[in-house]
Design a protein around this ligand. Structure first.
Ligand SMILES: Cc1cc2nc3c(=O)[nH]c(=O)nc-3n(C[C@H](O)[C@H](O)[C@H](O)COP(=O)(O)OP(=O)(O)OC[C@H]3O[C@@H](n4cnc5c(N)ncnc54)[C@H](O)[C@@H]3O)c2cc1C
Length: 419
């Protein structure tokens, strides 16, 4: 039997997991990503807060599959899909497929606000996490070279979006201000620095349990973070952020963590996309009206009776959809019935700071030190290589006992977003 050629677009959680799970006796795989590495997005905030090195959460894709002769890795940005001739077009070549799987994930959504897009910092790639780190450390450096005034706009760090990313960033930044500034930037007065978290809904961690919502707010407040809820940022010109309440926050740092939209690709039928830039898929991840094209992970939108508004855009869904599709593709070759995808939600969690985390499991909810240990353990388990697990464990242990990460390095060329 001839092997089928499966082309996978994107080596995030979904694409990587699919490539690993597909049967090598039945399929030849081409895995294309615009980057040469897989990024572990849940720990971007630790890179931004100088708690982890970028390399410890980045994994070269070729290295992951170096002993897999049936997987061909290509670095390239996919520009277009030609469904008639069954070709994927990158900047350099056209690649044919028997079956195509789109796993291109999401990008930051600025909700058509070009001004905010121009001036805000974001956290959707390792590069952007490094930009945030550079920006913040440069602010500390420039502030400490002169008299530290209370009304300096560089004192204010505004984070927009009170989901896990915003909450984790706010907690990490407030720890830097409390623990690092007095030791390493003695010219700065930590009391003059403000971390402000702006959230549109009534609560931080609004998709989690009541316990998680309440605990995250009280942890953040105890760490000195100012929380503004039920408020949107309407504009930001690089200095003034205007809120829906009319309030103005003057700041040189606004980090936008308020939403994502899908990295959809041109070439499919117009009815394959939804207004939220996700591909509409059936219970087998097949894209509407495209029999041999599938979408998995963040880019897919599947309605089920348990999830009538689609699944949450989290790593677990991406990994599980990939694993179900790998099994189904094999079953199709063997002409066996295929299985509808059903998400088994094993829970969600967020960490706010040292010894402070919240965990929602299907059968229990808890917070504090034990939650923090669980958060660390599960994230370590998800990290790809043993080497990186060890590096991260060493960093975390060192930081825990010394209350310091000592990774505060500025590596930068000039960009529009940096000071
Ligand atoms: C800051 C942050 C924190 C998060 N924290 C958590 C968490 O704690 N727990 C959790 O479960 N989830 C978390 N998530 C969400 C989680 O990371 C996503 O749900 C998950 O990455 C989705 O996997 P995916 O494979 O669908 O997409 P991604 O992992 O985003 O992968 C998409 C891949 O496609 C590639 N790509 C995109 N466009 C193209 C193109 N045109 N051509 C070629 N390649 C392309 C990208 O380079 C990328 O490698 C977080 C996300 C962010 C941004």
């Amino acid at each position: 039997m001839d092997k089928q050629k499966i082309v996978i677009l994107g080596a995030g959680f979904a694409g990587l997991s699919l490539a690993k799970n597909l049967d090598e006796k039945l399929f030849d795989i081409v895995l294309i990503d615009k980057l040469n590495h897989h990024q572990f997005q849940p720990l971007f905030y630790q890179v931004a807060a100088a708690q982890l090195e970028p390399s410890s959460i980045s994994f070269p894709i070729r290295n992951i599959f170096r002993n897999k002769k049936h997987i061909s890795v290509k670095m390239g940005t996919v520009l277009h899909i030609n469904t008639e001739s069954r070709l994927v077009q990158t900047e350099t070549e056209a690649i044919s497929y028997d079956k195509l799987v789109i796993a291109t994930g999401c990008k930051t959504n600025f909700f058509n606000n070009a001004q905010i897009e121009q001036h805000a910092l974001t956290l959707k790639s390792t590069t952007e996490a490094i930009q945030v780190r550079n920006h913040l450390l440069t602010i500390f450096e420039t502030l400490s070279s002169q008299l530290h005034l209370a009304d300096d706009p560089r004192n204010n760090i505004v984070i927009v979006g009170g989901g896990p990313t915003g909450v984790e960033l706010a907690g990490a930044f407030s720890e830097i201000i409390k623990r690092v500034l007095p030791e390493e930037y003695p010219q700065l007065d930590p009391a003059k620095m403000r971390v402000i978290l702006v959230e549109g809904s009534a609560n931080t961690l609004n998709n989690m349990s009541e316990l998680a919502k309440q605990a995250s707010q009280s942890y953040l407040k105890s760490m000195g973070v100012e929380i503004i809820t039920q408020t949107f940022v309407k504009s930001y010109d690089g200095l003034d952020a205007i809120l829906s309440s009319g309030e103005k926050l003057t700041t040189k740092t606004l980090i936008w963590a308020a939403g994502v939209s899908g990295n959809i690709l041109p070439g499919l039928n117009p009815d394959a996309y939804l207004p939220n830039a996700r591909y509409k898929v059936d219970r087998y991840n097949t894209i509407l009206n495209h029999d041999d094209i599938y979408a998995i992970g963040d880019i897919s939108y599947m309605e089920t009776s348990s999830y009538p508004k689609g699944h949450p855009q989290v790593a677990n869904v991406a990994i599980n959809q990939a694993s179900n599709l790998a099994k189904n593709l094999k079953r199709m070759v063997h002409k066996k019935p295929i299985n509808a995808y059903e998400y088994l939600d094993l829970g969600s969690m967020a960490t706010i700071g040292k010894n402070k985390a919240v965990v929602d499991l299907p059968f229990m909810r808890f917070k504090g030190f034990v939650a923090w240990l669980v958060w660390m353990f599960l994230h370590l388990m998800l990290i790809l290589s043993v080497r990186n697990k060890l590096i991260i464990l060493i960093h975390w242990s060192w930081a825990y006992f010394s209350s310091d990460s000592s990774l505060r390095l500025i590596f930068k060329g000039k960009t529009k977003k940096e000071n």
